[in-house]
Design a protein around this ligand. Structure first.
Ligand SMILES: CC(C)(COP(=O)(O)OP(=O)(O)OC[C@H]1O[C@@H](n2cnc3c(N)ncnc32)[C@H](O)[C@@H]1O)[C@@H](O)C(=O)NCCC(=O)NCCS
Ligand SMILES: Nc1ncnc2c1ncn2[C@@H]1O[C@H](COP(=O)(O)OP(=O)(O)OP(=O)(O)O)[C@@H](O)[C@H]1O
Length: 271
């Protein structure tokens, strides 16, 4: 099964591309890390308890008001009021040193739980006999998941202003400053695009999303031809029926990508 990592930066168009890949003619199953990141912090989960314990004392509006939970202080399901995500977002994306520290704490709570959910979803996709599965992970490079992926697809735009504009159109509650802070708190997507291309043809591809949505579909078509040429379906089926071959191939791919990643990091340190 081809692990197909999909990434980009905030509002570059990852969700739009993932829904194109989910639909015909591609029909690929998608594991969405953002959806899982929401699931693992729902009231009643260990993630929720850890966030409340760390952030509640210093964030008075951390939970949605009881009035929005039918007046119940203990939330609609009795397990606690849901997190007020915009308030938590301001804590971890607001800019400044404290923000960086808070983001690390939040990531330390959310990421291990998301990782466990991704492994479970991958196993389900494998057992269903899929030839490929899309891992839609905004922090694919930062989290190290890219080394496990046979192909990495970065959805990129050429100018950060395009991200800020689309972000504000989608989330009107964000001020210009909020939107800009969110864009600036992430690695520049052009750097991610360069990183992906370093993996070689078919193993790292970039979908440029500077035009309209029709242009985006054509871009996806272009890169999928490149991916399918490198990783034909018969090869995926062969790996499916021959797990030892799949194991050896995965290990070789992992080592190659680990080497490329190390070279990349060394070059970035020298710059
Ligand atoms: C801070 C939170 C509550 C804000 O929620 P909100 O609904 O307002 O935003 P949303 O989750 O849609 O995130 C918007 C985008 O910001 C980016 N983003 C989210 N979390 C992070 C992070 N920790 N670091 C960098 N970028 C991030 C992603 O590109 C994401 O698609 C939320 O982003 C969160 O819980 N983040 C920590 C978990 C995480 O890292 N998720 C990313 C995938 S695992
Ligand atoms: N080519 C395009 N032209 C116009 N609008 C677009 C285009 N691509 C995406 N959008 C819009 O921009 C917004 C952001 O796109 P999308 O949600 O797909 O990005 P994302 O990378 O998944 O964002 P996030 O990181 O915040 O989850 C959405 O409202 C989407 O409809």
């Amino acid at each position: 099964m081809l692990l197909f990592g999909l990434t980009g930066s905030i509002a570059t168009g990852k969700s739009t591309v993932s829904s194109i890949l989910r639909d015909p003619p591609y029909n690929l199953p998608v594991i969405d890390a953002d959806v899982l990141a929401r699931k693992v912090v729902e009231p009643g989960t260990p993630g929720y308890a850890a966030i409340v314990s760390h952030f509640a004392p210093s964030t008075p509006d951390l939970l949605v008001p009881a009035a929005e939970c039918g007046g119940r202080e203990d939330g609609p399901g009795g397990l606690g009021r849901p997190l007020n995500r915009p308030a938590l977002g301001r804590r971890v994306f607001g800019g400044g040193d404290a923000t960086v520290k808070d983001r690390k704490v939040l990531n330390g709570i959310v990421h291990p739980a998301v990782r466990r959910e991704i492994y479970k979803a991958m196993l389900r996709a494998y057992l269903r006999g899929n030839w490929a599965v899309v891992l839609d992970i905004p922090l694919l490079f930062e989290s190290g998941w890219e080394r496990l992926c046979g192909t990495v697809l970065v959805v990129a735009v050429s100018e950060p202003e395009v991200q800020t504009r689309r972000l504000r159109e989608r989330d009107p509650h964000l001020s210009e400053e909020d939107a800009r802070n969110r864009v600036m708190s992430q690695v520049d997507v052009r750097e991610k695009a360069e990183h992906a291309l370093r993996r070689g043809p078919g193993a790292g591809v970039v979908v440029w999303n500077d035009g309209d949505k029709e242009d985006l579909k054509k871009e996806v078509e272009r890169v999928m031809k490149e991916v399918q040429a490198r990783s034909p379906k018969w090869w995926a089926w062969l790996l499916l029926v021959c797990p030892p071959l799949a194991g050896v191939t995965a290990l070789m791919s992992f080592l190659k990508m680990w080497r490329i990643q190390r070279q990349w990091e060394q070059e970035k340190k020298r710059e």
